[in-house]
Write a protein that binds this ligand. Structure first.
Ligand SMILES: Cc1ncc(C[n+]2csc(CCOP(=O)(O)OP(=O)(O)O)c2C)c(N)n1
Ligand code: SF4
Length: 281
């Protein structure tokens, strides 16, 4: 076979990274843009679908693995990161991408987020942040503004200040931190590609409007602006965050440090595990 024929067979286009399932997202949901950008990034990196695994929790955004042609696991709400951590540690040959929403990642999964930042296992975490629980019909999430009155569960607003995911990631030790917008597909694809190519825990907050429960988020188009330059010092990243209005995009922090690898200890076999439980009983 000629080399150009081989190339014609092996080079995948971004559509090849999509599955045959038609997304059930509402027409106009920001998550469509994330799917497009993600598949573009995977094609640009010339990944092989059989070497990529996407792990998600539960939520509209957490459906994304099913819409790709890579391996996927739709786990329990808030548990994408522990699953992805186990997989990335036991199969370092794979590209592991965890994904989900702000409720999944910062509320029920908040503790896992902190420790994934701190632990620095080699994987990418994409959070499609719409500041609402879309799948369960519009309750406030940890990133909802304190005075949002659109939920019947908190008609006076939550009265609580929203979490700042980038600040938390920085404080917890994540070595790659970025923010992007689902409606800027090329910029988003570039950031996702950089995150996947980064050796260590790469976190990308993706502003991804929920047009059904937060239709006003269509206005994000006018508010989003670029501005972050990849800082390699925490002081510079904190300074950039001090001036952030929540809509600055780009790579905030890029400071590689050795990714966590478990000590090369012998694996416990089943007999040994059973003996441990005998001692306890
Ligand atoms: C343990 C558990 N608690 C609660 C739920 C209900 N639940 C399903 S999705 C969801 C919120 C999803 O919100 P988010 O992660 O922001 O994703 P979105 O739907 O907005 O993309 C909740 C609370 C659940 N499935 N499992
Ligand atoms: S409810 Fe919101 S987040 Fe869920 S699919 Fe519809 S627009 Fe997207």
């Amino acid at each position: 076979m000629s080399s150009s024929a081989e190339q014609a067979i092996t080079v995948l286009r971004h559509k090849d990274f999509k599955s045959d399932y038609k997304p059930v997202w509402c027409a106009g949901c920001g998550d469509f843009g994330v799917l497009n950008a993600l598949t573009k990034a995977m094609a640009a990196l010339e990944l092989k679908p059989e070497n990529v695994a996407m792990i998600a929790g539960i939520g509209c955004s957490s459906r994304i693995p099913a819409y790709t042609s890579v391996y996927g696991f739709h786990g329990v709400h808030g548990r994408a990161l522990p699953l992805a951590t186990g997989l990335a540690i036991s199969r370092p040959d794979l590209t592991v991408i965890a994904s989900g929403g702000d409720g999944d990642g910062f509320s029920i999964g908040g503790n896992h987020f902190l420790h994934a930042c701190r632990r620095n296992v080699n994987m990418t975490y994409l959070v499609m942040d719409n500041s609402v629980y879309g799948m369960t019909k519009g309750q406030a999430s940890p990133t909802t503004e304190f005075d949002w009155t659109g939920s019947r569960l908190s008609p006076q607003g939550t009265g609580q200040p929203p979490l700042q995911p980038l600040e938390i990631a920085l404080a917890a030790g994540a070595p790659f931190i970025a923010r992007a917008f689902s409606n800027s597909p090329n910029d988003l694809a570039r950031v996702i590609a950089e995150a996947i190519g980064f050796e260590g825990f790469a976190f990308v907050q993706i502003l991804s409007p929920c047009i059904t429960f937060r239709p006003e988020q269509l206005g994000w188009k006018k508010r989003v602006h670029d501005g972050f330059e990849p800082a390699d010092s925490r002081a510079a990243a904190y300074a950039a965050l001090a001036a952030d209005d929540g809509f600055t995009t780009g790579i905030l922090y890029h400071a590689p440090r050795p990714a966590y690898r478990p000590p090369d200890a012998p694996r416990a076999d089943l007999d040994r595990i059973e003996r441990c439980f005998e001692v306890l009983s």
